[in-house]
Design a protein around this ligand. Structure first.
Ligand code: HEM
Ligand code: MG
Length: 341
């Protein structure tokens, strides 16, 4: 059976997470790392298995323990990634490339790990190239320089809400102008805005006072600590996790600074065309419906036996942890493409 989703932290305040039990060790030649600087860092400190292969429960525990991610957010993101990138039979996920270590493939699913393009990982990442240009998981030097330039110019050396707003807009504009296959529909549409908040939500030391609104204003992420996380996938020396269980605060503000509808380029640059069927900030449940009816259906059109049962169980865990957006009044209807769990 799939593991049970962990509950919230018992002691949920700030604390030293770069402690003697969690030394930094760079990944060995066979250890897997991927597009997420948060998970890469947790693996480099042994908060996650150092080989980069983990169960959903291990990931949820690690992001709560290491970064004080709020339990519902941790579960939602983890199960969303797991059902498309992980192995539902063995309950294992690679945080990077496809690996034999996650077990035998339930075809036609990919079980390709977090690097897999287009099911969870997607375009216009802050520091990673679009898959169209090749490597969609390593830190890209030009994009990293752009991150630093924006932090210096707009945040006085710090990444905060203002920098997040402008850099998100810049990355969207870049992909529209450069990637003929740019796809900015859900789920990527949401993860892009969420990820723009992560550096000022999760990478700032928990002993630094929270700024007005908790939006990283006056509490930005200094370039030196950002370098530690993004370049070395390493906690800064003596790092304490955030002071309270944390969610992607400011996601709507990042969106509203430069609103863009979900959509895609049509095989040529500068042909961005909205897709009104995609999940969006005004049609949130379509994120969940399309994820199951389109993305997941492509991977698992007709599962049977244990595979089908485990998919149904994991989808229940996903549904139970669906977030709601500020101002959202409707609740999404639970779907059962693989039967009741
Ligand atoms: C990006 C997975 C938690 C920080 C990503 C991406 C994936 C991912 C697949 C690549 C998406 C893309 O850019 O195309 C996950 C999963 C998590 C998780 C499954 C489980 C809860 C976290 C946490 C943090 C974090 C706790 C911060 C401590 C980031 C950042 C990016 C990112 C900053 C953007 C990287 C960039 O493009 O520059 N994550 N993540 N993630 N993640 Fe995570
Ligand atoms: Mg990406």
């Amino acid at each position: 059976l799939p593991g049970i989703p962990p509950g919230p932290l018992k002691n949920n305040g700030t604390k030293l997470v770069y402690d003697w039990l969690h030394p930094f060790l760079p990944p060995g030649p066979l250890d897997i790392r991927g597009p997420c600087p948060g998970l890469n860092t947790l693996a480099n400190h042994g908060h996650l298995p150092r080989n980069g292969i983990a169960t959903p429960a291990q990931i949820i525990n690690a992001v709560m323990e290491g970064f004080n991610m709020e339990v519902g957010t941790a579960r939602f993101v983890t199960y969303a990634a797991f059902v498309v990138d992980g192995n539902p039979i063995t309950d294992l996920l690679s945080i990077g490339r496809k690996s034999i270590l996650t077990g035998v493939l339930p075809e036609p699913a990919i079980v390709g790990g977090l690097n897999t393009h287009g099911v969870f990982e997607g375009d216009a990442s802050t520091t990673r190239l679009d898959a169209y240009f090749g490597d969609n998981f390593s830190l890209n030097d030009d994009l990293w320089n752009q991150y630093i330039e924006y932090s210096n110019r707009l945040g006085d050396g710090y990444y905060n809400l203002t920098v997040a707003q402008e850099l998100r807009h810049r990355r969207n504009t870049q992909s529209i102008a450069e990637n003929p296959e740019f796809d900015f529909t859900s789920p990527r549409y949401f993860t892009a805005f969420a990820e723009s908040t992560f550096p000022y939500v999760f990478f700032i030391d928990g002993r630094v006072p929270i700024g007005p609104g908790g939006l990283g204003v006056g509490r930005g992420l200094h370039v030196s600590n950002a370098t530690s996380f993004f370049k070395d996938n390493r906690f800064p020396k003596d790092f304490w996790r955030p002071p309270t269980p944390s969610v992607p605060t400011g996601i709507v503000q990042v969106f509203t600074a430069h609103p863009i509808p979900p959509g895609r380029n049509q095989g040529a640059v500068n042909t961005y065309t909205p897709d009104p069927t995609s999940g969006s900030f005004t049609n949130f449940c379509a994120l969940y419906y399309n994820f199951l009816n389109i993305t997941l259906n492509r991977l698992y059109p007709n599962p049977t036996g244990i595979l089908r049962r485990n998919l149904a169980i994991n989808l229940r865990y996903l549904y139970e942890n669906l977030p709601s957006l500020p101002g959202q009044t409707d609740t999404c209807t639970e779907l059962f493409p693989y039967g009741q769990p």
